[in-house]
Write a protein of this length. Structure first.
Length: 253
């Protein structure tokens, strides 16, 4: 049984069909890629899976549970985390504070516990801080813990966003254009880091990406979208040899 099962997912914006009959069986423990030209519908697929856009048709099942149309916070609670094409971090907060925000969703203490600084509050805050430090070390960003996130190099900011997602304790991590804005060296470093966190955190990972070297270096299986429809899927080598991909995605090259 796949970790994530999608059937017939469809989204229309006015008269435009952004995603048409999308399907996916994503096995646990794999890294899958989703590619396609600009406007192909990739981010819309991610947005529907994670509750930011409500689908007009189709179903999404996660861990054999129907999660179609649930709001983002419920999707997160069930074990799906994501990053965004346009970086979303709190620029004035420190790296540590940004990551604590991800961890706080797992806290069970009450407002009264926090105000009275009860033992329950102290225990959970201590455990949360320890977990945040471990994630920072795993990502290699512990030296930046007290720095405002907005002052850091772009590649480090991306790792902060990924770290915050990891601290929601996901089973599935969805990365939308994770190397956007990075130079080639930063992108190569991120490939290695994603492989490491997959193993360290026992994750399934799904990547939308334009850089083919990233897809080639990470993904065991790749889908190609064009105008909201799947036009090819298979291994990286298979889809790159597909005539439809060469014609549509690569412009006939």
């Amino acid at each position: 049984m796949p970790l994530l099962e999608v059937r017939g997912l469809t989204k229309r914006f006015g008269g435009l069909i952004a995603v048409d009959d999308y399907r996916l069986d994503l096995p646990e423990g794999e890294i899958y890629g989703l590619i396609g030209p600009n406007g192909a519908g990739k981010t819309t697929v991610f947005n529907m899976i994670t509750g930011f856009v409500r689908p007009d048709g189709g179903t999404v099942r996660f861990k054999d549970r129907d999660v179609t149309g649930l709001p983002p916070h419920r999707i997160s609670e069930l074990g799906i985390a994501r990053t965004f094409q346009n970086l979303r971090i709190f620029r004035r907060l420190t790296v540590l504070e940004n990551l604590l925000i991800g961890r706080h969703k797992s806290f069970s203490y009450s407002v009264a516990d926090a105000l009275l600084m009860t033992s329950r509050y102290g225990k959970e805050e201590g455990e949360g801080s320890k977990e945040v430090i471990e994630v920072m070390k795993e990502l290699g960003i512990e030296d930046y813990s007290d720095r405002p996130a907005g002052e850091l190099p772009y590649g480090i900011q991306r790792l902060v966003e990924i770290g915050r997602s990891l601290l929601t304790r996901p089973r599935l991590l969805m990365l939308d254009e994770p190397t956007a804005g990075m130079n080639p060296r930063e992108a190569e470093d991120l490939i290695s880091k994603v492989r490491e966190i997959k193993e360290s955190f026992d994750l399934t990972i799904w990547v939308v990406e334009h850089r083919m070297k990233v897809i080639q270096g990470l993904c065991s299986w790749v889908q190609v979208l064009d105008h909201g429809r799947i036009i090819a899927e298979g291994t990286y080598d298979q889809v790159m040899r597909d005539p439809k991909v060469i014609e549509v995605y690569l412009g006939g090259a």
